[in-house]
Design a protein around this ligand. Structure first.
Ligand SMILES: NC(=O)c1ccc[n+]([C@@H]2O[C@H](COP(=O)([O-])OP(=O)(O)OC[C@H]3O[C@@H](n4cnc5c(N)ncnc54)[C@H](O)[C@@H]3O)[C@@H](O)[C@H]2O)c1
Length: 261
């Protein structure tokens, strides 16, 4: 299998896109370390990965905390001897209209989505450079970071714009170590987090429910369907594998054509 002998670390692995990516990586042979703030969902994903017959490690960690970031990477390296792939997936949001975004909303969102992603990359790169055999980093951004105005908010959009721009800087600086850094911008994706945010928008905007149903099934989406988490996972597996060896600093939309840039 494509990723046998590779060790991957996935953040926010308890549910949604992170869980789908963890299972997909294990499905192509990777050994997967799962990092997640929620102990219950973490254990559930760990047992599903275990059922695929691949070694795995469950680390309860808060990605907004640098001590936890250091610990999750160190535990991965201690358990498996190395680290080859980081998928920066953990993210938080809430639907908030522009005039209602408070300082605490901004800080809560940026702490995980932007700061957490950056320092996870920096910490993992330290071990990848030490190993001297290259690596892959995949950052889960969002089409909200490219201007799509869905069930988002200004703080979330800015945090995902930050992920896109830190991807290019990291790709530039780490390229000499054969570490590829790319980002995925999912569109409307059928996860618990995505559903919660869209429900918050519908609640705050009254008549937005019908528009929401339209968005989920097209016609706004040219392909006519929202993402399953597995659609995003397929791109993450490609960017983690040998086929992407000459691709770095790029951002790929997985959104059924909702945003074409
Ligand atoms: N669902 C969508 O429509 C959509 C669209 C674009 C981008 N995204 C991005 O994809 C990623 C995954 O989204 P999802 O829809 O699966 O979300 P989700 O809320 O369903 O899952 C996110 C997971 O991350 C975990 N997490 C949150 N904060 C954490 C922290 N501080 N430390 C560790 N783990 C933490 C959560 O507990 C949860 O298990 C996020 O970065 C999100 O912004 C989602």
């Amino acid at each position: 299998m494509a990723l046998t002998d590779k060790v991957a670390l996935v953040t926010g692995a308890g549910r949604g896109i992170g869980k789908a990516i963890s299972l997909a990586l294990a499905g192509v042979g990777a050994t997967v370390a799962l990092a997640e703030i929620d102990a219950e969902t973490l254990e559930a994903t760990a047992s599903e990965v275990g059922a695929l017959g691949r070694p795995s490690l469950a680390v309860q960690a808060d990605i907004g905390n640098l001590v936890d970031i250091d610990r999750m990477v160190q535990e991965t390296v201690d358990a498996f001897g190395r680290i080859d792939i980081l998928v920066n997936n953990a993210g938080v949001t809430r639907y908030i209209q522009f005039m209602d975004v408070r300082e605490e909303d901004w800080d809560r969102i940026h702490r995980v989505n932007a700061k957490g992603a950056f320092f996870s990359m920096q910490r993992v790169a330290k071990d990848m450079i030490r190993q001297g055999e290259g690596g892959r980093i995949v950052n889960i951004a969002s089409i909200a970071g490219k201007g799509y105005q869905g069930a988002s908010n200004a703080a979330y959009a800015a945090s995902k714009g930050a992920v896109i721009s830190m991807t290019t800087n990291a790709a530039h600086q780490l390229g000499g170590h054969d570490i590829n850094v790319n980002a995925i911008c999912p569109g409307v994706t059928l996860t618990e987090g995505g559903r919660n945010t869209r429900a918050q928008r519908a609640e705050q905007q009254g008549g937005a429910v019908a528009a929401e149903q339209q968005t989920l099934s097209g016609p706004d989406i040219p392909i006519g369907r929202a993402n399953d988490p597995e659609d995003v996972a397929a791109m993450a597996v490609f960017l983690s594998g040998p086929g992407s060896r000459n691709i770095t600093g790029q951002t790929f939309n997985v959104d059924g054509g909702l945003v074409m840039q």
